[in-house]
Design a protein around this ligand. Structure first.
Ligand code: ZN
Length: 584
């Protein structure tokens, strides 16, 4: 079996004449769209034509972008792919100007509802049109938009690239060797406690050498975010982010209210883990990822496949069939190799109703769980098959629903039949991730809020940033972490703070985890009857507000009670972990 993925249905290779033809068509198609809007005329006919046009343009970008982007993920040195991606990025700027022009046009239609009511085609994308109308009030004036887009290339984007360069090229002396920063951070998972502690000390010392340029990157990116929020007419950066996420403050507040109530439980878990590892005063930061218990089994790919089919098939046989199809038809790029990126992801090629999964499988249970996660995304894409592109763009908070659902399902099934020693390990893996996604994410939210607010007055110094980070960790982790051993440089470590264009790239993770668990709890309650409801929910994710999508299955995300019920599932795991840890 060839365990690399098959991209040949996109294009045979970079010499495929079809690829050159498609690439040449892109600028012409964008020009066609521009002329369409300029010509004006009957709004209904114009909108129908614009929708068709936008779908064709999206499909073309999808195909070309997938070819370039996916090739680079597994073959970093591929110059043809890199050149194609560069070219597409430039063309994409023109496409985004075109899409702003359409948004402004829709914003100017006073009788939009009437026009929608008179056209079957427009009714199918009514949500997208209404959203455009609402967003029109937040577009940058047309005369200056191209210049602002260009300036972000040398502003926020440039600082973001500088940050990545600093992060990826900085080396750290560790036990007589010069190692990349990422490799030293990876030692936080090492079974040897001395390695973990020394790696942490080396990492902190290393950040001190790049703290100044890092602080300039962060201050500048957040200043740009403030400027853009103002230019777009938002009251704050957070309001802009929430609007882009189709989420309201009430939902965010309800979620954080419930999370704050459950922080003491997470601290119980951290203290129990600290005790297991022989610490008296809470968990030192360098042991947050320390392995606990034993992971007994090493899986082959075939075993992983069989496990997934067996356990996920308990949800519905269709899920097992779907996963089997993905394995059999080379949707998955399985093993690590030179030139291939780390981590894992799933990418949708919507026009072809196909998903591609990249992973770095080495046989641990966590690798099997990663496959379940990524194939959950693929299942989500399958549920959206046939929809217009305009309705496939689910907001960040909903994007992890199907992946978390699958992960939760797999661990739920496996844990019901494993040995205690393995159970401790499985629980630990779950709780370590849940702690990152709830507690650490909460600290990141508090920190980012402080940076954005302070930036109104001045750029924060390195000392101020470090102090703000320690304050945020204290508020989130409390006495779960050793007060003498925290991480004042987490702001330099997490790339999410530096994604220009995405701010508060943190709360959607907490939302995703807790929402996915809440949805899973519904399946436990309702059983088979829930299967079609679940698939409908996934299909709707790009066609409604976050609260609207959730309400379609009776979940009220504006109520803290819903979030409490998800956190309760984690609390039960914490109780079990503490019980097993005490026995140890
Ligand atoms: Zn995911």
């Amino acid at each position: 079996m060839d365990w690399t993925w098959d991209l040949s249905y996109l294009y045979q290779d970079f010499d495929d004449p079809k690829l050159q033809e498609d690439l040449a068509r892109l600028p012409a198609l964008i020009e066609e769209g521009r002329q369409l809007l300029e010509a004006g005329g009957d709004p209904k006919a114009l909108l129908e034509a614009a929708i068709d046009h936008s779908e064709r343009l999206s499909a073309l970008f999808d195909r070309l972008g997938s070819m370039a982007g996916l090739t680079l993920e597994v073959d970093a040195e591929n110059e043809r792919a890199a050149a194609l991606l560069d070219r597409l990025n430039v063309i994409e700027n023109d496409a985004s100007l075109l899409s702003s022009a359409l948004t402004r046009y829709v914003g100017g239609l006073d009788n939009l509802e009437e026009i929608i009511a008179g056209s079957e085609k427009l009714q199918t994308v009514a949500f997208a049109l209404r959203e455009m109308k609402e967003t029109a009030a937040h577009t940058i004036p047309a005369e200056i938009e191209p210049w602002i887009l260009k300036m972000t290339l040398s502003g926020g984007n440039a600082f973001s690239q500088l940050r990545d360069k600093l992060d990826s090229t900085h080396t750290v002396p560790f036990r007589g060797e010069e190692l990349p920063l990422a490799a030293v951070r990876g030692k936080a998972y090492d079974p040897d406690p001395d390695v973990r502690r020394e790696a942490y000390e080396a990492e902190i010392a290393a950040y001190a050498k790049i703290e100044l340029p890092m602080s300039y990157c962060l201050n500048s990116i957040k200043q740009e975010a403030r400027t853009l929020a103002e230019a777009r007419g938002y009251a704050s950066v957070l309001d802009m982010t929430l609007h882009q996420s189709r989420m309201d403050r009430e939902t965010l507040d309800a979620m954080w209210t419930a999370c704050r109530e459950y922080l003491p439980h997470f601290r119980r878990y951290l203290k129990a883990k600290a005790a297991l590892l022989g610490h008296q005063n809470g968990l030192p930061f360098y042991d947050l990822f320390a392995p606990v218990g034993e992971s007994v089994h090493v899986y082959t790919v075939e075993e992983a496949r069989a496990t997934l089919l067996r356990e996920m098939g308990k949800f519905t046989p269709a899920m097992a069939e779907f996963m089997d199809h993905a394995f059999a038809n080379r949707w998955i790029d399985m093993f690590p190799r030179a030139g291939k990126a780390g981590g894992a992801f799933c990418s949708s090629v919507h026009y072809a109703d196909r998903s591609l999964v990249m992973t770095n499988f080495q046989g641990s249970f966590s690798d099997v769980s990663t496959l379940a996660h990524e194939l959950g995304h693929a299942w989500h894409n399958r549920c959206m098959a046939g929809l217009p592109y305009m309705l496939c763009d689910e907001p960040m908070p909903l994007a992890e629903t199907a992946s978390i659902f699958n992960e939760t399902m797999l661990s739920h099934q496996i844990r019901s039949s494993c040995a205690p020693e393995e159970e401790l390990n499985l629980l630990e893996n779950n709780l370590m991730e849940a702690t990152q996604t709830v507690v650490d994410i909460y600290s990141r939210f508090l920190f980012e809020q402080e940076v954005v607010d302070t930036r109104a007055d001045h750029a924060m110094t390195v000392e101020e940033l470090k102090a703000a980070m320690l304050r945020a960790q204290d508020a989130a982790y409390g006495d779960g972490l050793d007060p003498d051993c925290r991480h004042p440089y987490m702001w330099a470590c997490k790339s999410h703070y530096y994604s220009s264009g995405y701010n508060f790239y943190n709360f959607p993770y907490a939302f995703g985890l807790l929402f996915g668990k809440g949805v899973f709890a519904q399946w436990l309650k309702q059983g088979d009857a829930f299967v079609p409801v679940y698939c409908q929910l996934l299909r709707r994710c790009g066609s409604d507000s976050v609260a609207g999508v959730a309400a379609s299955i009776g979940i009220d995300v504006r109520s803290a009670d819903f979030w409490r019920s998800s956190l309760e599932i984690i609390r039960q795991d914490i109780d079990r972990f503490v019980q097993l840890a005490e026995k140890h």
